[in-house]
Design a protein around this ligand. Structure first.
Ligand code: FAD
Length: 279
């Protein structure tokens, strides 16, 4: 069986303090030996330089780095330049996304959907990049319906994606169902569950509503009942997420991708509790 793919996602820090903090976070998380660290990209290129800087720093530390690249609000020339820069720096792994237009930004750019970006990357750079795309076991919030979204996911795969990382979810059945439906359509690439450890529950609830991730009612009500009891929120959140990860791996998930939010603590605890080993 293929080696499991365990990876960790960061966002590019904005301030010198953030940069220093991420270095320390990375030092701790590197001990876990993830397959790669990915770094997000602000829609419209708002983090273009910071994503590049963060990725190059990770690479200079001898670690594998995969920049995200979103196409909304960008031109072909702009995206082509970014790809050339990554290529020139020996980056061979990329997460290709549509992105979301920030409010107030009217210019949609030249590509409307991620499948167009994947085609463009393949057209411009051949097989240079390992391309990951996003998957939505609980359906992308703007999709017309589940089946349409699945068909659109298939377009990205046919355009040349090698693997997928899912939006985070707290319902393993949604993931298994999605993977089965993909297989029925002949889509068999690795689909790695995205895992969001739980620290600030009220913030997570708000964010989840916007990105279409469902938090089970029983879990939500129990978390709310802890009020400001940070320790209980953390402990119960860890138990819940660890239990789901165990189920995902036992059910055949090819790995796990952790949304670390530039913090080492919860990801390390989960990783150790699950006994994950990349190599
Ligand atoms: P798409 O695959 O293009 O799908 C977007 C919507 O359009 C879906 O509803 C889909 O059903 C529909 N659609 C797709 N193709 C077509 C088509 N050809 N015709 C008609 N409809 C279509 N955002 C960032 O800005 N930066 C990041 O770094 C970033 N990283 C992410 C990493 C992961 C693992 C995930 C899961 C998400 C990430 N996002 C990021 C968020 C992502 O950009 C948003 O969820 C965005 O709304 C959709 O991006 P996508 O690549 O999935 O889009």
């Amino acid at each position: 069986m293929a080696q499991p793919i365990y990876s960790i996602e960061f966002f590019p820090p904005k301030t010198p303090e953030g940069v220093a903090k991420l270095r320390e976070t990375r030092r701790q998380l590197a001990l876990l030996k993830p397959r790669f660290f990915s770094v997000t990209f602000g829609a419209g290129g708002s983090t273009r330089d910071r994503t590049l800087e963060t990725v190059l720093e990770i690479q200079a530390e001898g670690l594998a780095a995969a920049p995200h690249l979103s196409c909304v609000g960008s031109t072909r020339d702009n995206l082509g330049e970014i790809l050339e820069t990554y290529k020139a720096n020996g980056i061979r792994h990329i997460v290709a996304l549509r992105g979301d237009l920030p409010s107030g930004m009217a210019e949609p750019g030249e590509f409307r959907y991620a499948n167009e970006l994947v085609s463009f990357i393949r057209q411009e750079t051949g097989d240079w990049f390992q391309i990951e795309v996003a998957a939505y076991p609980e359906t992308h919030p703007q999709a017309r319906n589940y089946r349409d979204d699945l068909a659109n996911f298939k377009r990205k795969v046919e355009a040349g994606a090698n693997a997928a990382i899912t939006q985070y979810f707290y319902n393993a059945d949604a993931y298994f169902n999605f993977v089965e439906d993909c297989a029925r359509l002949g889509v068999t690439l690795p689909i790695v569950p995205g895992i969001m450890p739980i620290s600030n529950f009220s913030q997570l609830s708000r964010f989840s509503a916007a990105c279409g991730a469902e938090i089970p009612r029983w879990f939500s009500r129990k978390m709310e009942s802890y009020l400001d009891d940070v320790e209980s929120i953390r402990a119960f959140g860890l138990d819940f997420v660890a239990g789901m990860c165990e189920r995902l791996l036992a059910g055949g998930a090819p790995g796990l991708h952790f949304y670390a939010l530039n913090q080492a603590g919860l990801t390390t605890t989960l990783w150790q509790r699950l006994g994950l080993q990349s190599e």
